[in-house]
Design a protein around this ligand. Structure first.
Ligand code: MEV
Length: 315
């Protein structure tokens, strides 16, 4: 029996995280670290899910809401596509809970592989956003959008993602550093929702600033020093909505000394920061963050979004 395969990239939110949950625009890019999922029919009426972190076999008729959160999105995908006998294998290059889209890339790649097994015609993006919302009901869908489409994507919640058809800036070097602090995206989104409810006027003013910042980004994507400056402005907004902390501020300070500017990427509270640099300062930024003890790397933007195919057993 053919095994269906789907691979999806991780992501960096360049600008606009959190505000995107409340209707503002965000800009994201796909990066060259991927998740690969295979899905294969099996004899038993069982949904089996295996990754380097878990291995579980579940009866296909359990209400997905009571399935463990770590496996729920994958179980939901199989169940919602009417696939009752499948072995799903997940292999990820992405650290989980670090803000690099591990959970979204897993949802996208599982949706792609499972859709290839089924006769149901739905889009990978639609299935993966619904899967992610089984654990994070307020997810904007931005992460799944860029993991599906690849490249650089402009996203507004509940609207089709707009792929920016621009050449990826050649000299742009994105330095990613991991705080090593695991975060829970749902909790951070909830924290921001509280702030937005408690201080609606202030939050709406910050959202407007976030929106106009994203507009400036699309107008100056090839101006790397300006992008860095905009990243610093974005970080100031993220500080105001309570998703930063001393550990992340310390990383930002180090990165800002060497790069054009840096910010938290993703939900915050932990996870990663991204520093905007080019050939002239990429090495010094990377070295400074590495010397300070943070796991850091240069992320390449990839145009390749979700790709699907079938693997046939030879012989
Ligand atoms: C998480 O990677 C991005 C957030 O904006 C949440 C979302 O968009 O659903 C914090």
């Amino acid at each position: 029996m053919a095994r269906q395969v789907c691979s999806a990239p991780g992501k960096i939110i360049l600008f606009g995280e959190h505000f995107v949950v409340h209707g503002s625009k965000a800009i994201l890019c796909a990066i060259d670290k991927r998740v690969r999922v295979t899905a294969q029919r099996q004899g038993r009426n069982t949904i089996s899910i295996k990754s380097n972190m878990l291995s579980t076999k579940l009866h296909p008729n359990i209400p997905y809401r009571i399935v463990d959160k770590r496996t729920r999105p994958f179980y939901y995908i199989a169940q919602s596509l009417g696939i009752t006998n499948v072995a799903i294998n997940i292999h990820s290059d992405l650290p989980s809970g670090a803000g690099l889209g591990s959970s979204s890339a897993c949802c996208v790649a599982t949706a792609g592989a499972a859709l290839s097994l089924s006769d149901i015609k739905r889009s990978i993006l639609d299935v993966s956003i619904n899967a992610e919302r089984t654990i994070q009901p307020n997810s904007s869908g931005a992460d799944c959008a860029v993991c599906t489409h690849g490249g650089i994507v402009e996203y507004v919640k509940d609207t089709p993602p707009k792929q920016l058809r621009i050449p990826i800036p050649k000299d742009l070097k994105l330095i990613v550093a991991d705080s090593g602090i695991n975060h829970n995206t749902g909790e951070m989104v909830e924290r921001v929702r509280h702030i937005a409810q408690k201080h609606p006027k202030e939050f709406s003013a910050l959202s407007k600033k976030a929106d106009s910042l994203v507009q400036m980004v699309t107008d100056s994507i090839n101006d790397i020093p300006k992008l860095g400056h905009l990243a610093r402005s974005n970080q100031l907004l993220l500080e105001r909505i309570g998703i930063s902390n001393n550990a992340l501020r310390q990383m930002i300070q180090i990165a800002d000394r060497h790069s054009y500017g840096s910010k938290i990427t993703g939900a915050g509270g932990g996870g990663c920061i991204v520093a905007i640099s080019d050939e002239t300062n990429a090495h010094s930024t990377l070295n400074a963050l590495t010397d300070a003890g943070y796991n850091s790397f240069v992320a390449q933007i990839t145009k390749t979004g979700a790709t699907t195919g079938a693997l046939h057993k030879v012989g």
